[in-house]
Design a protein around this ligand. Structure first.
Ligand code: FES
Ligand code: FES
Length: 161
């Protein structure tokens, strides 16, 4: 229900300051998709079990289906739309294409955001570390092996860039 007296929640999304007037308990996922029109972040399980909705909040991957708007107040949120562009793709986006790591693509936004946060903290990971970092991200198409190869390829490219 709308409340005319409600104070807006301020946060930064993909480098841009935004104000959202919504129930502070609204899942961040719905704010991103419905209030801000950023539809790259997907709803999967809705219960912090699949990783499809992962975004980066202040440097860490977060399940946006399970994070209320208030928890992102004053923070920096990055979605897939903020990772790279068609003209200047992120190393992960290039690597996922090179390894043909997408099948239906539904899980990929969450996986790329998890991987992007992970590589910031662990720039030169082993395959086991990549698998562990992605163990909360499910892919129904079973593209996991190609996804792991793509993350390792991106790490290598980022290390030599
Ligand atoms: S939709 Fe958020 S973890 Fe599955
Ligand atoms: S590519 Fe289809 S769910 Fe992962």
């Amino acid at each position: 229900m709308s409340n005319p007296d409600r104070q807006p929640t301020r946060l930064t999304v993909n480098g841009k300051a935004v104000e959202v007037t919504a129930d502070p308990d609204t899942p961040l996922l719905f704010v991103l998709r419905e209030s801000l029109g950023l539809t790259a972040t997907h709803l999967g399980c809705g219960g912090n079990q699949c990783g499809a909705c992962h975004v980066i909040v202040d440097g860490f991957a977060v399940a946006s289906c399970d994070a209320p708007l208030w928890s992102a107040a004053g923070k920096e949120v990055t979605t897939l739309e903020g990772l790279g562009t068609a003209e200047a793709p992120h190393a992960l986006q290039k690597a996922f294409i090179a390894e043909q790591a997408m099948q239906c693509g539904y899980c990929i936004s969450g996986i790329m955001m998890t991987a992007a946060a992970f590589l910031k903290h662990k720039p030169n990971p082993t395959e086991t570390e990549v698998r562990t970092a992605l163990d909360r991200n499910l892919c129904r198409c079973g593209a996991h092996n190609r996804i792991v190869r793509a993350v390792l390829r991106a790490a290598q490219e980022m290390a030599t860039a």
